[in-house]
Design a protein around this ligand. Structure first.
Ligand SMILES: NC(=O)c1ccc[n+]([C@@H]2O[C@H](COP(=O)([O-])OP(=O)(O)OC[C@H]3O[C@@H](n4cnc5c(N)ncnc54)[C@H](OP(=O)(O)O)[C@@H]3O)[C@@H](O)[C@H]2O)c1
Length: 292
């Protein structure tokens, strides 16, 4: 198990955000090879269609169905429209991989007034998951939130959450990215407390330090370093396989509420276990997104 080569997911319904590149594309290929019917959620139609053709080729032997949906996760209207389209033809969702992510070097604010990485990496997935909850509860309901070991640099206690979410407490691209990745872990752990009785499981992971496109537009020194050392970094498949390990084997259905460094379960940073912080982030995210 864990390689996506055994048709172990035949007939299961899977969704992956950010499925046109890096970890998301690798996960998409492994899911369809394992027989899952997949919806790839991508921001750009052009990049999405190019990746769709590749993923379809990867899954040809499994004759899995692969579809493409377009949505910019930083835009709540896009996320709502996407969820509406999905609800129309997806009665049950077995696997949701919240993977899309941005790492920016400068402060950008979304039209709704949120720091752009916070809007994309946290709020977009928070809203999408809420809107898909009934489908998840009707299916196997396995959620994987792709976080990062950069969450260890996150600090959501240093200022009010409102100031952090709005970009008023900006402290550079890497640490602010770390804030959003810490939010991914807090969201995962709180979703178990709130949704466990609906049969949902949720885990979160660092997919590895990987040769993907995450640093392509990042003009910080670290971004430059990542681009310069690109060829030395690990293949994105390492991250895809780590995701597969969490979703493929039904005997792991009771594995929930954990943080993994690639395939090894480790402790997340201390704030990730702060239940008051998790509750406050959840309540505020509900108000910010209007998810109910
Ligand atoms: N690479 C690493 O070393 C590393 C380490 C730790 C964690 N991670 C995490 O792994 C996940 C995947 O990243 P990656 O490394 O595979 O990078 P990547 O190759 O840049 O892929 C990121 C994906 O997210 C999509 N995306 C970004 N902003 C979006 C938005 N507003 N709406 C919809 N989709 C959006 C991108 O779409 P476009 O093609 O349109 O930009 C792309 O498909 C991220 O959550 C990242 O934080 C990566």
């Amino acid at each position: 198990m864990g390689t996506g080569d055994h048709m172990s997911l035949k007939g299961q319904i899977a969704l992956v955000t950010g499925a046109n590149s890096g970890v998301g594309k690798s996960t998409a290929e492994l899911l369809v090879r394992a027989g899952a019917d997949l919806t790839m959620i991508c921001r750009s139609r052009e990049r999405g269609e190019a990746a769709l053709a590749e993923v379809q080729r990867a899954g040809a032997a499994a004759s899995a169905e692969v579809r493409l949906e377009i949505a910019d996760l930083s835009r709540p209207a896009d996320v709502r429209a996407l969820a509406g389209r999905l609800a129309a033809w997806l009665p049950a969702i077995d696997i949701l991989v919240n993977n899309a992510g941005a790492w920016l070097h400068r402060r950008e604010i979304s039209p709704e007034g949120f720091e752009m990485m916070f809007a994309t990496n946290h709020l977009g997935h928070f809203l999408l998951t809420h809107l898909l909850l009934d489908g998840l509860a009707a299916g196997r309901g396995r959620i994987v939130n792709v976080s990062s070991d950069a969450h260890r640099y996150g600090d959501l206690r240093r200022a009010g959450l409102e100031a952090i979410a709005r970009g008023d407490a900006w402290r550079g691209g890497f640490k602010s990215y770390g804030d959003t990745k810490l939010a991914n872990v807090l969201f995962t752990f709180e979703s178990i407390r709130r949704w466990e009785d609906r049969g949902i499981t949720a885990n979160t992971l660092h997919p590895g330090t990987l040769r993907t496109r995450i640093a392509r537009r990042n003009r910080s020194t670290l971004g430059l370093l990542m681009r310069m050392t690109r060829s030395l970094l690990t293949r994105p498949e390492i991250g895809g396989r780590a995701v597969m390990r969490l979703v493929e084997d039904p005997s792991r259905d009771d594995v929930t509420g954990r943080y993994f460094k690639v395939e090894e379960e480790v402790r997340a940073q201390a704030q990730a276990y702060d239940a008051d912080l998790a509750r406050e982030l959840w309540e505020r995210s509900l108000a910010w997104t209007g998810a109910a």
